[in-house]
Design a protein around this ligand. Sequence first.
Ligand code: ATP
Ligand code: MG
Length: 478
Amino acid sequence: MAFSIRTRLTFWYVTLLTLSLIVFSAAFSYSVYRISINRIDGQIASVAEMMVHTIVKPSGEFFLPRDFDIILGRFFGIRTAGHYIQLLDAKGAIVARSSSLEGRYNMPLSKEAYAEALKGVQTYENVKGARRFPIRVVTKPIIFKGARLVAIVQVGSSLEGMEDIFHSLALILGLGVVAVVITASVFGALLARKALKPVAQITAQARKITAENLNERLEVRVSQDEIGSLAVTINEMIERLEASFNRIRQFTADASHELKTPLTILKGEMEMALRSKDDVQYMQTVIASSLEEIDRMSYIVRNLLDLARLDADKEALERQPVKLDEILAGRYEHLQRFALDSRVELVMLNNAPCTVMGDAVRIGQLFYNLIDNAIKYSPEGARVEISLDAEARQAVVRIRDTGIGIAKEDLPYIFDRFYRVDKARTTALGGAGLGLSICKEIVESLGGSIEAQSEAGKGTLFIVRLALMDNSFSSPLY
Ligand SMILES: Nc1ncnc2c1ncn2[C@@H]1O[C@H](COP(=O)(O)OP(=O)(O)OP(=O)(O)O)[C@@H](O)[C@H]1O
Ligand SMILES: [Mg+2]
């Protein structure tokens, strides 16, 4: 069975408190007991000492005082009741005793105490007298000439009063512990509920937030405490979710729009063709134009698919040693035709041997998109220069053109999806504005970087940096 945090918190708090109180009470009672016993031991020991001085004369003779009660009285005041003295011979038989030991009262000599006395050792112990209550007794042997036990003095003090005190103490402590624990449980539960109330509120609020109302936020009362920072963290998470939801919405809208335009053109052309029944030449023109639109559509769809794949799983990209120079040379050859048609001069300045870890197909796509743009956005007679250099553990690809360039205000956005400087352009030349965003995804998934420098009317430079594979770094024998 799972208990709530509130119950568990209260339970542990109360258990800990109870245990601490019990340990404290026990330690406190024991200390009081030890202090009292030590005091009593001191008292009875000095009476015993006194007794010995009184009984044994310096000559070694014994002198029995008439009344032990006088000695008791001298020490314990008039309250001699509960205090006892007795003198025993070397065999442990009683020789004389105080009046408090007459009648039903007695103070037995234990075997252990007698054995110790024979050895000349003074002992303290609790013995049970004829009454219910124990007596604290000191057993002091009297040794004559340092060897023979001649007599034993015993002084006792009843623990009756002390037991009473201890019973009361136990009762007070016991009741105190119970009262404190009950109060603490009630207040503990209330406090825990109060402390956890904001969590319940956050849970209730968070439950209401769905994809439809991602603009809503949790209420944050105090942002400094743990719960406040939890709410702030959740809010930040919702914010990120909202941003990516919006990006996806925007992306879907843009994608639909991009596909709708060629579809509308296609539809219009087909309808016209239907109407011009016998005009074969016109039909051919329409079909050719339609094919162009279809090409454009499948190009966009292909790019969308690529982006979706890169989004879904960047890790799925292959990681194999790839010779960048070979791929670049391939793309360069391939795009010469396009450059020729566009009357743009495409030249390779340098193609240093470089190997990186990556996906050959994607890297080919990256180079293609960049060179394609450079040619596409350059007027006739312009020049596009390509170079690949190994610089400080990096392969650096530069694609520079002397084309139309990109205005300062557009430069920060060119890697965004569907971003085009010339928004009105819908001819087959202009793409959907996905090429550079694909480039960025590819470069980033390979751990590299891509940047653009441009000046409107003068030209543009794209620089791609990818980490070189260790063994290919600056190896002249490659
Ligand atoms: N070399 C360049 N010179 C001038 N402008 C450029 C150059 N490269 C990119 N651009 C601008 O950046 C925009 C985005 O480029 P991107 O490659 O992403 O899209 P696109 O070329 O329009 O379409 P797609 O690549 O999807 O066919 C382009 O529309 C163009 O305006
Ligand atoms: Mg492009």
